[in-house]
Design a protein around this ligand. Structure first.
Ligand code: PAF
Length: 284
């Protein structure tokens, strides 16, 4: 079946009905699709008969001074990617179509939305959850696939689905990395060569922390990761650390010394004008 492009909510309803019977998987994106998105789409295809990809740069999740206006928009290339990956429908609404001019109600991400990444980006996760819930209601998928790269986002979406009884299964997909370790991100295209060299410290720090997971407690893991980040703070351009945390995946609070099981070693930093995040799931 040819790829159907739905440019508004009314078009989406028609396109969804045209898909016919079978399970539907949604892959929400903000476009600028890369190999990481391809892996989400492939995972979606393993779980469903039809894949819907949304391409929408959601203004609600960008704060003042963030990169909403310069966020990469590569719609023609995104459509080619979706065609190559066997996507059934691309839903690419405008902001005016997505949000009613007199809208009032938003999803609140609660306390877990205000810590770690949320402490640096107030309101960000409210904006993410609001658009994701709208996409769930519009597409009515059986399941939706999100990358582990945005670990707190994935945890909050799982929380929203549980707390609000949303009838969608959430599937997490592993982070895809460049051969040198850099996690794929649409924002990587902002990086100069020098920025990129500094940016590699993020994944190096996570690996250094992960290497201590079998033998050290949270403090030892964080010390190993922090040493790499401190070295990169002296590079040109320097790495400017926002946070490094070993977080409980259920709450995103810092893990205690007695924590056992999975923990997320998460980092965010600015390199040049670009802000990057990365994480690894460790077992303590
Ligand atoms: O991860 C993203 O690209 C966005 O936060 C999402 C989930 C598409 C919501 O706008």
């Amino acid at each position: 079946m040819d790829l159907i492009v739905a440019a508004d909510r009314a078009g989406l309803v028609k396109a969804r009905d045209a898909l016919g019977p079978g399970r539907i998987a949604l892959v929400p994106t903000m476009g600028a699709l890369h190999e990481g998105h391809r892996s989400l789409i492939r995972l979606a295809r393993e779980h469903a008969d039809h894949v819907v990809v949304s391409v929408f740069v959601n203004p609600l999740q960008f704060g003042p001074g963030e990169d909403f206006s310069r966020y990469p928009r590569t719609f023609d290339a995104d459509l080619r990617t979706c065609e190559e990956e066997g996507v059934g429908v691309v839903f690419a609404p405008s902001a005016d179509d997505m949000y009613l001019p007199d809208r009032q109600v938003e999803v609140s991400a609660g306390g877990m939305g205000g810590v770690v990444e949320g402490a640096f980006r107030p309101g960000h996760f409210d904006g993410v959850l609001t658009v994701v819930l709208k996409l769930f209601n519009l597409v009515r998928p059986d399941l939706a696939v999100f990358g582990q790269k945005d670990a707190q986002q994935l945890a909050l979406i799982r929380r929203m689905v549980a707390d609000l009884d949303v009838p969608v299964s959430v599937v997490g997909a592993p982070t895809v990395r460049e051969p040198d370790g850099l996690a794929l991100s649409s924002r990587n295209r902002y990086l100069s060569e020098a920025d990129r060299r500094t940016a590699l410290a993020l994944s190096r720090a996570l690996r250094a922390g992960a290497a201590r997971a079998g033998t050290a407690g949270p403090a030892g893991i964080l010390d190993a990761a922090r040493a790499v980040l401190e070295e990169a703070a002296r590079f040109d351009p320097p790495l400017l650390l926002d946070y490094l945390i070993l977080a409980d995946p259920a709450t995103f609070g810092p893990v205690g010394d007695d924590h056992r099981g999975e923990a997320i070693l998460a980092v965010a930093a600015k390199v040049g004008t670009t802000r990057l995040i990365d994480n690894m799931v460790l077992t303590l």
